[in-house]
Design a protein around this ligand. Sequence first.
Ligand SMILES: *Cc1c(COP(=O)(O)O)cnc(C)c1O
Length: 403
Amino acid sequence: MSSDDDNDKAGTGTRAVGAGRRAEWTGAVVNPPVWRASTHLYPDMAALRSGPATNEDGRFFYGRRGGPTQWSLAEALTQLETGAAGTMLYPSGVAAIAGALMAVLRPGDELLVCDNAYEPTRAMATGLLTDIGITSRFFDPSEPANLARALTDKTRAVMLESPGSLTIEVCDIPALTALARERGAVSIIDNTWAGPTGFAALERGADIAVMSLTKHVGGHSDLMMGSASAGEALYARLRKTAQALGQVVSPDDAALALRGLRTLPLRLDRSTKSALAIARHLTGRPDVARVLCPMLPGSPGHELWQRDFSGGCGLFSLVLKGGDRGRRDRVIDALRLFGIGYSWGGFESLVSPVDPASIRSAGAWPLADMDPADRFAIRLSIGLEDTADLIADLDRALDANPA
Ligand SMILES: *Cc1c(COP(=O)(O)O)cnc(C)c1O
């Protein structure tokens, strides 16, 4: 199920529309139907005996190995990820991160995790992986030299995320992955923020690209799923591990994710433009101390974003002046168009409070120059509402709660 050469050359919209739509899976309809199944019935003993011996993608064996709807989604994601030979699907983004780490790490190995990793990724490193004899250490990825110093002969994998969770700074993935490769370590990147259409993770040096499909690919806040894409050798290991762990996604959810995928570039383009306009507006407000949005000149990692990314998304953070946690909470309460909740990347705007300094262990960058008491941030996920309405909502909530 490798990428299709012709489709590789087309633009992202064209690729998202065509991806994974094999005639043998769609039949005469446009989008692959929901193909629900557990049992494969064999016409006779000879057919049964020839079945279980083969474990190939695209050959139905038993529901746990997926069917046409899941294969179509996996192939679509592979086609969007330049350099990938295959994609495994998982029941959540966290399961995809676990699946990638479990495929690569063995007891006695060491894992290096970027300090701005998604919190459950950190928890996996210090919990589950520690329990099975894998050592984890955190490093500040804002300077590749920090990784160079942290790598040892035992380092089997480096877990990266760019932009990082909560403070949304871009780091130098080509430099970091080159350092890992030199020392024989596998680079795994959580590419949920940009996705394959905004950041070509494998082309930029990562060995495994993980995504929470719950966010942009689903796009409608109604499904949980994750994916991991890789070249041939690592894909084989991802697949073996996922099968051993019994990981499977439902065909109904796969169909929803495929539906989301068709409009992904369109939605990302819209929310990126909207987020940039809102971020620009917020920098002009005297009561806003910091806007952390990679698309915005002056934000941490903006130059790297311009160099390495072909798109953005609607997720960014801001810090209010004065460091008043109570005011931060009152501003969030006063918003009307932003739902208060975790997750992001849906059609609707969301807001959540984030306190990055309380989570990190290798530095509180890019807020290191701020008093720890001032670092309470607000994370916004900009949806598809009209930009002017979102700006008016933010202005009203901020004005109603002066510093
Ligand atoms: C939400 C998120 C995940 C986890 O995805 P789920 O589908 O919620 O398990 C992983 N990485 C990042 C960066 C996320 O924001």
